[in-house]
Design a protein. Sequence first.
Length: 271
Amino acid sequence: MGENSKIEWCDHTFNPWIGCQKVSPGCDHCYAEAMMDHRYKKVQWGAHGERKRTSEQNWKKPIQWNAQARTFRKENGRRPRVFCASLADVFDNQVDSSWRQDLFALIRKCSNLDWLVVTKRPENIEKMLPSDWRGGYSNVWLGTTAEDQTRFDFRWKRLKKVPAVIRFISYEPALGPVRLPSNGFWPDWLISGGESGAGARTLRPQWVRDVIADCRRFGVAPFHKQWGSYHNNPLVVEKGMTARDAREIDAEGKGGGLVDGKLVREFPDQV
């Protein structure tokens, strides 16, 4: 549950526990539920399902990455990024509060790592943060998912009130258009991506172009991860190519990832 990651925007994933509950349409085809509940039978998903803490050995992995961070930085010119938690939600109501305290203690200890914490429950963040959070830990980026405009408006309204060195939106799976507000306070970073796997829902290429244009306008770093399926890829949708031919041109991520022939994978400037 702690490992080197193939996710394009992080280097490692760490899961302090596993298990969650669906909260909105973006969760309908949850890969974590499919893997941890349906395939491996490790936990039962849902409000009455368990949340299972991972092993002590797993909890030692970030300490190892932290010890190796200086070498990583020399080789890559930046700090290592850890996605926490890909198989759970740090701000889940059903999680034992002592586990969360242990997690934040580990985050403080591993100060050479940048921790990317993504939640579907930003309304819970403030009441679940550690008492020494103040203006935010210097090594924690706080993010929330938003699969459409309704969820963006609701969740960003809550996340933007929480102090953090980096705040970001994970617009994945993108299930409807999302536009950034024309005035106000904006996230530092926005990740976009289409749904993958069996039954993947449609992502229209123009949704991605429009939100990237908003990012450019308002100084938000855009990161387009993937189209999810070649049925969403503009080479197929707009150019009429077959999925096989499109794959020959664009093999970046599941379903390809090029936006009008270019990779758009930027990161926010760190304070």
